[in-house]
Design a protein around this ligand. Sequence first.
Ligand SMILES: Nc1ncnc2c1ncn2[C@@H]1O[C@H](COP(=O)(O)OP(=O)(O)O)[C@@H](O)[C@H]1O
Ligand SMILES: [Mg+2]
Length: 464
Amino acid sequence: MMPLWTSDEMAKATGGNAQGVWNVNGISIDTRTLASGDLFVALKGDNRDGHDFVTAALEKGAGAALVSSVPEGISPHAPLLVVDDTLDALVAMGRAARARSAAGIVAVTGSAGKTTTKEMLRLVLGREGKISASAASYNNHWGVPLSLARMERDAAYGVFEIGMNHEGEIRALVAQVRPHVAVVTTIAPAHLEYFGTLEAIADAKAEIFEGLEPGGTAILPYDNPHYARLEAHARACGVTNILTFGSRDGADARLLAGKPDGDLQMITADIRGKRMVFAIGAQGAHIASNAMAVLLAAEAVGVDVVRASQGLFGFAPLKGRGARLFVGDIELIDESYNANPASVSVALGLLQGARPKAGGRRIAVLGDMLELGSKGADLHRAIASDPAAAATDFFFLCGPQMRALWEVLPVSRRGAYSELSSGLNEGLLSLLRPGDVVLVKGSFGSRMSVVVEALKARDAAMTD
Ligand SMILES: Nc1ncnc2c1ncn2[C@@H]1O[C@H](COP(=O)(O)OP(=O)(O)O)[C@@H](O)[C@H]1O
Ligand SMILES: [Mg+2]
């Protein structure tokens, strides 16, 4: 079997200098997760310099290290590729991996649902052939080239998440990915602080069309208020294959119904005129919406849409993104990974759709949605009038911005308020009773996982 990269190929791709002749079979930027035979890429971060870890990486069995200078104490015969700049070299490797690949390539962007959609595609396309997909949320200036450079040379499919905090970022990344299919999951207030308006966010996401391969397909959220803007951008980029998903009449993949059935969601959809019913292992309208995009994307890379829908059966919600678990006598909906107004709304819908056992209640534990800028207080307050919020019996809120929501909540629905997530635990734990369903959600920086851990510890203490 051919290795992922030979020293020769890497030297050619990067213009660097290879010491010795070697092969690598994976790529790592972190010695803690490095596997034997990996290339260790010494990246310079804000706080750390990967060059300080090259010795450790080689001791751990790295097949080689990509460096911009030879760190002190390293044997002159160590397997190294010396380049001017390691990030630039990683980008060059990503481009070379893309150039040598015959895979059907899908790129996924959007304000929420990128990782979920990417993981659904991994599942669906992985049944059809070898797939390389981004790990975790590796969607930024190093995550995208790293994911590309990891793409196996004989992959049949490649799926890459592309994110952004500023305009121009997607443009640069999609030029590396050169997808055949570009999916925009949704446009919603995330990073609003920087962009100011949703239109500006839509414009930045639309950069993804600039990198579509000729004849490529754009897959767009038809229900989104900024759909027309996205479509106009796609057309301006010369894209003619534009497919839509949503609930509105006229969508190419039209969601007709999504009904909970135990752990599954039964979805009825009309996919380009074909009526389909299938099951997916996660709840919520957002899951159903992402699934519509996935079916169109799968079809666009040549997969039969019925087979694709069957693949979704095995999809389970991801950690911190709707994963549900019974911890002792309560049910936990773990949405602690991140939050913005759109995803809080879908999460409250999940809570509304949950079935508390006899005597149980619906409890929402929410932390600040960050990076919303001057509209922050209004967007937090607006949660109170979300239709799904009416089903929540108690709110436990933390963070400076959640105070705006706290102030408009009726006293009868107030659980507790605290500046920090850790300050909620005591009041929450004492209020809980068997049968309750607890949703935990907030931006990553709001540290809502502290509450998730407390709920798990409560169960452990009860069962000990
Ligand atoms: N299509 C969607 N629209 C709105 N919210 C969504 C959508 N898909 C997922 N979400 C919400 O966003 C959260 C993060 O999902 P994720 O797939 O990790 O998004 P991203 O990778 O874009 O940050 C989920 O926990 C869920 O609450
Ligand atoms: Mg992500």
